[in-house]
Design a protein around this ligand. Structure first.
Ligand code: TRP
Length: 332
């Protein structure tokens, strides 16, 4: 079967290195191999930002700039804005019948988010059910491969459940997607917390300046048991080395540095200075491309508009097929 990539991001802020290691890198690498659809999920972003829609709309352009600057090529990949594809909302309504409240309440990622946001019983229904809308995102475009970070696996599972249920009830119509997990480690925050996340304030953004990157790296959490530069250090669980594993192209040098660190032969400052350089080498061409596109926001919006129009054609066809299967296509 021909594979098609569908993936997306919530536009609630600029994308960071965690996004890149988790899924952006794969999208860039695979965009020429597979037909690729990328969704800027503003409707999903609104489920916990509906009181502040301005925050979502300004970040649509930011995320588009992030995509273009890391090398998503709008000539081969279709970049779309979710709210401008109403077919996704239609599918969501049909899928909501196929999912129970109990099932939604068990989604581990949503559960964590509800706890972090302190929603409790006051969780908005739109937020609790965003995995259903994400199933509509994926199936609307016939996505078979979904490059994501680990935290999104429950969404893919939910999508597969919905597809199976739909096909069981109405006949074979939709395709079960598969997750494509990154081969890079999940990036911890600069504070050593498990996850790099904007809401935790521990991120390095793709759009950060060289000085910002340096400043953030020099303040990074390393090995708390190490007091002096000549104390033997721990590499495991040390975010500085996790970042090097993900971004330093010279794998053998990293291995050597790890040994020196474990032997207490290299200080934190030296390792951090090296990491700042590695990250800035990686980010320099990205910053350059970003600056070019940022000069022409109208052209970027045109890319989104054209991509959305193309994607909408595909989604409209899916809705037709779905309605037909459900026997609610009454004419034409
Ligand atoms: N939930 C994803 C995130 O928070 C974003 C997203 C929305 C997505 N729609 C998608 C990811 C469809 C993959 C496929 O990062």
């Amino acid at each position: 079967m021909k594979q098609r990539i569908l993936t997306g991001d919530r536009p609630t802020g600029p994308l960071h290195l965690g996004h890149y290691a988790g899924s952006l890198r794969q999208r860039v690498e695979l965009q020429r191999e597979y037909e690729t659809f990328i969704l800027i999920a503003d409707v999903q972003a609104l489920t916990d930002n509906f009181e502040n829609p301005g925050k979502v709309s300004v970040n649509v352009l930011e995320v588009a700039l992030d995509y273009l600057s890391v090398g998503i090529d709008p000539k081969v990949a279709t970049v779309m804005v979710q709210s401008a594809v109403p077919e996704i909302a239609e599918l969501t309504v049909f899928y909501l019948n196929l999912v129970t409240l109990g099932r939604l309440e068990q989604n581990p990622t949503v559960k964590t988010e509800i706890r972090e946001k302190g929603f409790g019983k006051s969780v908005p229904v739109g937020f609790l059910s965003y995995p259903v809308s994400q199933a509509a995102d994926i199936t609307a475009f016939g996505g078979t491969l979904v490059p994501v970070g680990e935290d999104q696996l429950p969404m893919i599972e939910q999508t597969r459940d919905i597809v199976r249920k739909f096909n069981g009830l109405y006949g074979a119509t939709l395709v079960e997607p598969e997750a494509l997990l990154s081969k890079y480690p999940r990036l911890p925050g600069t504070d050593g917390k498990e996850k790099m996340s904007k809401s935790l304030g521990n991120v390095i953004n793709l759009s950060d300046s060289a000085d910002e990157v340096k400043r953030k790296v020099m303040k990074m959490y390393t090995d708390p048991s190490r007091i002096h530069a000549n104390d033997p250090g721990h590499v495991e669980g040390n975010p500085v080395f996790t970042y090097l594993d993900a971004f330093d192209p010279y794998v053998r040098d990293v291995a050597e540095l790890k040994i020196r660190y474990e032997e207490g032969k290299v200080g934190d400052v030296e390792v951090k200075e090296h990491l700042a350089e590695v990250l800035n080498n990686f980010l320099t061409p990205i910053r350059k491309r970003r600056a070019e596109y940022a000069k022409k926001p109208k052209a970027v919006m045109k890319i989104l508009k054209d991509g959305t129009a193309r994607g909408r054609g595909v989604a409209a066809q899916t809705v037709e097929t779905v309605k037909k299967a459900m026997k609610i296509r009454y004419w034409d």
